[in-house]
Every structure is written in structure tokens, then in C-alpha cells.
Design a protein around this ligand. Structure first.
Ligand SMILES: [Fe+2]
Length: 186
């Protein structure tokens, strides 16, 4: 049984930026508008499970202990369980993204799935999530410039992150075809 949800823990600004960027990456990579829209909705809800975590843990400043880190990881299953039984449209993609957005191509993610075992929606959201986390202030760290985030994603392209979708993000940043997702350098 899940803990009681605390909806104030939902980071709407982060969710909106990751949703916009996920949609932009999907379109840039050649996916259809219909698919991009489905991924966008799932991206908005990727961290939905965090509303079931203790507020003091989620807002903690400074490094997490191993026990705390394991607790934070539970947000993927809380999100999956909640969204898998929801009645929202595109519910199965939403649930999959909630469960898999911390997976990495080489199996080093939370669950350990590899490469194509990770659905394409989750592979895009992983990139958008990391990019947004790096380029915006967090309670425990300051924002990095866009070029540093892109350098990190490029360094690990093909190892942790899907090459095609990293390339799409780079194209987007070059043309600045979205504004909300890149707002820290606008
Ligand atoms: Fe997450």
C-alpha cells in the first residue's frame, strides 16, 4: 500500500519543461506529432511518484545517504503503480515512462534494463530530465550552462543515452526551437 500522496511535492515547472523538451526531441527525431504528443503527456508525469515520498527527504539539501537514495528510487514504482491503473489517455506510456525514465542504455539505471528494452519514450525523457536538472537550480546545486549539459550528454551518448535523441536535442539547442526548456539561457 502506498503512503498518502502530497500533491504539493509535484514540481510542475520541471514537469512542464521536461514535457516540452521531450515533445521537441521526438519531433526533431522524426516521430509523428501524435506520438510526440503522447510522449509529452507521459513526460509531464514522469516524476508523479514523488508525491508519495516524504517531503523532508525530497527537499533535503546536501548529499543523500545510501538508505535515502534507495527511498528516492521508490518514486518510479509509486508512479508506475498509480498511472497503470489510472483512466488517463495514453496511460500505458505514462506508466512505462514513470517506471523507466532512470534507465540507462548500458544497464546502469535503477532497474538495470538495457538499450532497446527501454521504451523510446523513456529514452527521450531520460535525456530531457537530465538536461533540465543540470540547467536549472536545485536545492543542492546551482544550474550549469546549456553547453555543459550538452557536453555531458554527448560524452555519454551511446553509452547511457540514445545517440539519435541526443543529436536531436543538440539540433534543438542550436536553433533554440523551444524557449521554455532553455529558459536559463534565454
Ligand atoms: Fe525521476
Amino acid at each position: 500500500m502506498h503512503p498518502q500522496p502530497n500533491y504539493e511535492l509535484f514540481d510542475r515547472a520541471h514537469a512542464l519543461r521536461v514535457a516540452d523538451l521531450t515533445c521537441a526531441i521526438a519531433l526533431q527525431a522524426g516521430l509523428s506529432a501524435r506520438v510526440a504528443d503522447r510522449y509529452k503527456k507521459a513526460a509531464y508525469l514522469h516524476d508523479y511518484g514523488k508525491i508519495f515520498l516524504p517531503a523532508d527527504l525530497l527537499n533535503k539539501q546536501g548529499p543523500l545517504s545510501d538508505v535515502e537514495y534507495e527511498k528516492i528510487k521508490e518514486h518510479i514504482s509509486y508512479g508506475f503503480d498509480s498511472l497503470a491503473i489510472s483512466k488517463i489517455k495514453g496511460q500505458s506510456t505514462c506508466a512505462d515512462v514513470a517506471l523507466l525514465h532512470h534507465e540507462r542504455l548500458n544497464g546502469s539505471g535503477y532497474i538495470g534494463l538495457r538499450a532497446k528494452a527501454i521504451c523510446s519514450a523513456a529514452r527521450i525523457v531520460a535525456i530531457a530530465d537530465v538536461f533540465d536538472a543540470m540547467t536549472h537550480d536545485r536545492p543542492y546545486k546551482k544550474a550549469k550552462p546549456v553547453h555543459e549539459a550538452l557536453a555531458y550528454l554527448t560524452d555519454y551518448s551511446g553509452l547511457l543515452f540514445d545517440e539519435l535523441f541526443v543529436k536531436a536535442l543538440i539540433c534543438i539547442c542550436k536553433t533554440k526551437s523551444t524557449d521554455r526548456c532553455l529558459s536559463n539561457e534565454a
